[in-house]
Design a protein around this ligand. Structure first.
Ligand SMILES: [Zn+2]
Length: 298
């Protein structure tokens, strides 16, 4: 009598799709390269990442195509930074008709809110570049891990294990960065970059960044903004300027020429390098930025 019952159970198990779905990789669309890498580090072979704004590309200026809407349609999770970084994502999600879950990697971050002098009617502006503080990076990893576990509870141990390893590396880099930057004399802590992407970095590691372009690269600086910056560089005797991997270097190069300040190299602001470049992961990107900032202020 036992045999028929067992075979019925067996067939029911074969028919139940959730068990099979648990084994397929989670299809995830990530809005930009830094986030795509973080998810891949935690998800390993259990995720399939499709990144909208790739290496060395600028998410602020991204203009989604109808093709991008199709990419969202089939996703199980759509991962974004949040904090208004992806101003275009709401329209894109709507156009796609996707049923995907939304993962906001910056959820729980203590956001920098600035009263932007240039904003209409003195509106406040939220700084989206939270990943530039390695402690926030750890929070991103925790949010990602929770979302992956919710999608594939049976893989929870491997997600947690990869997250633990990555968080330990991020923590260790954060500790070293704090030690090294705190040893820098105040006169060597002023840095110029293209756009205002390093506010969280400044607060975490005690540097001052000045930039001709605000937090959103879509806004172009006026001649008066640039003249004002040149004046500050000369007055404060700032000696090093940095370009960013995803913005046009010409403005900074021109400012260097006008002020006699030297170029300190490339910082990775809102995107990773290409896979064969020097900053193909979040951890590598932060290592390169820290090394370059410490190295060229001397
Ligand atoms: Zn930016």
């Amino acid at each position: 009598m036992l045999k028929p019952v067992l075979s019925v159970l067996c067939c029911l198990a074969l028919l139940s799709t959730p068990a099979r779905a648990q084994e397929t990789p989670i299809k995830i669309v990530a809005s930009f390269s830094i986030l795509g890498d973080m998810i891949e580090q935690v998800g390993g072979n259990d995720v399939m990442i499709d990144t909208l704004v790739g290496p060395d590309e600028d998410a602020h200026e991204f203009q989604p195509s109808p093709e991008d809407a199709k990419r969202l349609r089939d996703a199980e999770i759509i991962a974004i930074n949040g904090l208004h970084f992806e101003g275009w994502i709401g329209r894109l999600i709507k156009a796609s008709g996707t049923k995907a879950k939304l993962l906001v990697a910056s959820a729980g971050v203590h956001a920098r809110v600035l009263n932007h002098a240039d904003a209409p009617k003195g509106e406040s502006v939220v700084d989206p570049h939270a990943w530039q503080d390695l402690r926030n990076g750890q929070l991103y990893i925790k949010n990602i891990t929770a979302a992956l576990i919710a999608a594939r509870p049976n893989k929870s141990e491997s997600f947690k294990e990869r997250a633990r390893t990555l968080i330990a590396k991020i923590e260790s880099l954060d500790r070293k960065a704090r030690e090294r930057f705190s040893a820098l004399p105040a006169s060597e802590r002023k840095i110029i970059t293209t756009h205002d992407a390093f506010g969280y970095f400044s607060e975490a590691y005690g540097l001052t960044f000045l930039a001709p372009i605000g937090m959103n690269t879509e806004a172009q600086p006026s001649a008066a903004d640039v003249a004002n910056l040149i004046h500050q560089i000369q007055k404060q005797d700032i000696k090093v300027l940095f370009i960013e991997n995803m913005t046009d270097p010409r403005l900074i190069e021109q400012i260097a020429e006008d002020t006699g300040a030297r170029m300190g190299g490339t910082l990775y602001a809102d995107a990773l390098s290409k896979p064969d470049g020097e900053a193909p992961t979040y951890l590598e990107m932060m290592k390169v930025n820290i090394k370059r900032l410490l190295g060229s202020t001397r």
